[in-house]
Design a protein around this ligand. Structure first.
Ligand code: CAA
Length: 247
């Protein structure tokens, strides 16, 4: 039985900035009860988002399994089960591998990849029980094409694609779809961190549309994927990259 609900509960990790915040806004427009997760060091930003967009926020470190489990127990007691999970939390710590520090490797893998395991592991049992779930994992164009200075990031984002396919198979008969999005370079703080001369000479020159993506161009696809009517779409990695790379 597919549980048809008036209002779906959605949780977006890293939901108070960048792509995550845009997803939160779109899912709210779609009629979901949306909870924007944020890590402890983003408290100030999170409270501004809560006030400005009138959304619920939840502080937890998505890379810490016990923190996720504790937070989700509290959230489900208050709001009910989570129906839609957008695994968006992610960081970059770019460096050539021969100069990369061990924590630049482990931090990126923990936050970008372990967080996806943690959130899925904690929230899936209820999705399976309810015979409904939508999981969207944010990967990257750089998982598909590689990028100088990003062995850590590319490894984490490519792992997400394999994870997505395996999890889609495991849950295909349970009403739970699992998909990945591979955005190109999006106009967010993460991309603005890149040295402007590198951005202009090495990145923009590789993008046929000659511009960065707008966050809404990513979030509007996610709004489509979470619909009840998107039930037959699973296991896919969907690229949105201005023509930068065709997979
Ligand atoms: N390809 C090959 N070699 C390159 C290169 C390139 N693109 N760019 C520089 N090099 C070479 C240089 O010529 C230099 O060679 P020598 O040592 O022989 O002189 C060497 O590499 C070191 O160059 P730098 O001193 O410039 O290296 P650095 O350590 O200061 O910076 C870097 C390296 C951090 C990778 C920097 O180039 C950079 O920030 N690049 C952009 C990385 C990027 O695109 N990140 C994406 C972030 S956004 C994101 O990830 C979101 C998403 O999903 C798309």
């Amino acid at each position: 039985m597919n549980l048809k609900k008036e209002k779906r509960n959605a949780l977006v990790t890293g939901g108070v900035t960048g792509i995550g915040l845009e997803v939160v806004k779109e899912l709210k427009k779609e009629g979901c009860l949306v909870i924007a997760n944020y890590p402890p060091h983003m408290k100030d930003t999170a409270f501004k988002v809560k006030e400005h967009y009138d959304v619920d926020i939840a502080e937890f470190d998505a890379s810490d399994y016990e923190a996720v489990e504790k937070a989700i127990n509290t959230i489900t007691n208050q709001y009910g089960d989570i129906d839609i999970l957008v695994n968006n939390a992610g960081i970059t710590k770019d460096s050539f591998l021969h100069k990369m520090k061990i924590d630049e490797w482990t931090d990126v893998l923990r936050i970008n990849l372990d967080s996806v395991f943690n959130c899925c592991r904690v929230m899936l049992p209820n999705m399976r029980k309810n015979q409904f779930g939508r999981i969207i994992n944010i990967s990257s164009v750089n998982a598909l094409k590689g990028q100088v200075g990003q062995t850590n990031y590319c490894a984490s984002k490519a792992a997400i694609i394999g994870f997505t396919k395996a999890l889609a198979l495991e849950n295909a008969s349970k009403g739970v779809t699992v998909n990945a999005i591979a955005p190109g370079y999006v106009n967010t703080d993460m991309v603005k961190k890149i040295d402007s001369s590198i951005l202009e000479t090495q990145i923009l020159t590789q993008i046929p549309m000659n511009r960065l993506a707008k966050t809404i161009e990513i979030a509007s696809l996610i709004r489509h994927l979470i619909k009840d009517e998107s039930a037959y779409l699973t296991g896919q990695t969907i690229s949105i990259n201005g023509g930068m790379y065709f997979n």
